[in-house]
Design a protein around this ligand. Structure first.
Ligand code: FBP
Length: 552
């Protein structure tokens, strides 16, 4: 980095806030343990698979006599999965925490995600290197990756690498899959008596790694603020030009937390929530009709413009599309060669139509050609349809356009419909962390060091009361097994961390549901503006609406 921006320079000097227990006492804290815990479901099966890490108590740090180490600690860290704002601060907090435990402690950053840990590619951090990354976005400090760390062979290599460097603790910064693997690794390390502790950190902009203890995953705050700024700007443009409907797809591979949070922040005319669509078994045709109804009602008020939010994961929650994708996954695996022999796309679509069952054929036949092609062309290395690459926003625009045309022909619609499509995802994943994420991440990293110093393994670093100012935050650890349940993957029952979807009986959804009919028809946009790092606390330090409503 030869040149840094004035904001980066000013931001480098920001000292992230820590929970009082650390801010006042450094590492001089004692871990207070509670009662034995249970997994979120399937207790017997999870207990059997994790005999060494199951049932551990929740840990809370309190002011007390210290956990200074007699000798330096050597620890390793990896970043895993998609980027999320604040990852660099987790590492900075971990580094500072380790130095507080013992000034000669060392932190190894394994490069490119879990594969770096297996292949022994690493960097040893020092002050100058860490300082250059404090309060910055991105994962470029050591890079990330999506390699799954789950086989015994991989674990053996990790043990050998830890032995070689004298590493006695590892921190896995990742989402639900990566923390599932952290849990497996922690169990393995204990079972093999390797003496290597494993601690997880909750990362993902998607906001779907949470439970009653883990209040939010880091990155969700910053990413939703970035998207909400952009949506606010688009709302203002729509209301100025008065000629476009903006269909905006928002990241979030599966859950709709991001779309819901952005809706609460910006008041769009429509926002689809995948979990509600699945619950009500709403068909694609019904979704199109609902959107067309809103557009028609606004047209009656001479408002031929609007903003509609669409969660990235939508298509897999629409019942007939879910069935179609499952059937296409099978079909494209078993008939891959036959399919690829057909160069002409029309013919290939015809071939696929001929192989599908009656209902899925109907669902596929109704789709616009571009989407039909996407569904059979873009496949992941396992041969599955790449759902996240399907341009749902364009699909909805085309189908709504056709519906409005039909209504116009029938004389029931007289408005004008012209649409723009957008997809916001990567725009927010590497933004400079908001004050919330800067503080939260630094605290998560520092807490991970405290957990190591307290001799804990198989825990997720945990900060509670995050809806309150950082001085009131409580630091501790939640056993990873507490988050687990059994799920069927590739024909086998396996232990995994349960994804937290939008709860339809939760407060954030209830607030949205109570307001959406009025937002649909009125033009009631809110313009959050860009993230502010310096200024009044109500402008700079507020957590997400989701967190405020959930923890109110
Ligand atoms: P994680 O679950 O790893 O945090 O990833 C989140 C995410 O940004 C999703 O919202 C999105 O669907 C996906 O990553 C995109 O992945 P990629 O970076 O591989 O394109």
């Amino acid at each position: 980095m030869s040149e840094i921006s004035p904001l980066q320079k000013a931001r480098a000097a920001y000292q992230p806030k820590l929970p009082t227990v650390f801010a006042k006492h450094g590492m001089a804290v004692a871990a207070q343990a509670g009662a034995a815990t249970e997994s979120v479901a399937d207790q017997d099966a999870v207990r059997e698979l994790f005999p060494n890490t199951y049932g551990l108590p929740v840990v809370t740090f309190e002011a007390g006599t210290g956990v200074k180490a007699a000798a330096p600690v050597k620890a390793g860290v990896i970043l895993s999965g998609g980027q999320a704002p604040g990852g660099h601060n987790v590492i900075a907090g971990l580094y500072d925490g380790l130095k507080a435990v013992h000034p000669d402690s060392q932190l190894f950053g394994f490069l490119g995600g879990p594969s770096g840990l297996v292949d022994n590619k690493f960097k040893i951090f020092d002050d100058a290197f860490i300082n250059a990354y404090r309060n910055t976005g991105g994962f470029d400090i050591i890079g990330s990756g999506r390699t799954k760390l789950e086989t015994t062979e991989q674990f053996e290599k990790v043990v050998a690498n830890c032995k070689q460097h004298g590493i006695t603790a590892l921190v896995v910064i990742g989402g639900d899959d990566s923390n599932t693997n952290a849990c497996l690794l922690a169990e393995y390390m204990l079972a093999q008596k390797t003496g290597v502790q494993v601690i997880g950190c909750p990362k993902t902009i998607d906001g779907d790694l949470k439970n009653e203890w883990i209040e939010t995953s880091f990155g969700f705050d910053t990413a939703t603020k970035v998207y909400s700024e952009l949506i606010g700007n688009i709302g203002r443009d729509a209301n100025s030009a008065k000629k476009y409907w903006h269909f905006i797809k928002l990241m979030g591979r599966s859950a709709s937390h991001i779309a819901l949070e952005c809706a609460l922040q910006t008041h769009p005319n429509a926002c689809l929530i995948s979990e509600e669509i699945a619950e009500n078994k709403t068909t694609l045709k019904q979704i199109i009709n609902q959107l067309a109804d809103i557009i028609a009602k606004r047209a009656e008020k001479k408002c031929n413009f609007g903003v509609a939010l669409i969660p990235e994961g939508l298509i897999e929650f629409v019942p007939e599309m879910k069935a179609l994708i499952a059937e296409l996954n099978d079909l494209l695996t078993h008939e891959a060669a036959a399919c690829e022999r057909i160069d002409n796309m029309e013919e290939r679509i015809g071939f696929v139509l001929g192989q599908l069952g009656t209902e899925t054929r109907e669902a596929y036949a109704c789709l616009p050609k571009t989407i039909q092609i996407q569904l059979i062309m873009d496949r992941d290395p396992h041969g599955n349809v790449q759902v996240s690459l399907v341009e749902t926003e364009k699909l909805l625009i085309e189908m709504v356009k056709a519906e409005l045309k039909a209504r116009a022909a029938a004389g029931t619609y007289t408005g004008k419909f012209s649409a723009q499509n957008h997809f916001f995802g990567y725009e927010g994943r590497c933004a400079a962390p908001s004050n919330f994420d800067a503080d939260y991440c630094y605290s998560l990293g520092y807490t991970a060091a405290a957990l190591m110093a307290a001799g804990k393994s198989g825990y997720m670093s945990n900060i509670r009361h995050t809806n309150l100012p950082a001085t009131a935050w409580v630091a501790g650890g939640v056993p990873l097994t507490m988050l687990m349940n059994m799920e069927r993957r590739h024909g086998k029952n396996v232990p995994v961390i349960r994804k937290a979807l939008v709860e339809l009986d939760g407060k954030p959804f209830a607030v949205f549901a109570a307001k959406r009919d009025s937002w649909a028809i009125e033009t009631d946009y809110v313009y959050p503006g860009p993230i502010q790092y310096f200024g009044p606390t109500e402008v700079c330090d507020h957590p997400t609406a989701t967190l405020r409503y959930e923890r109110a």
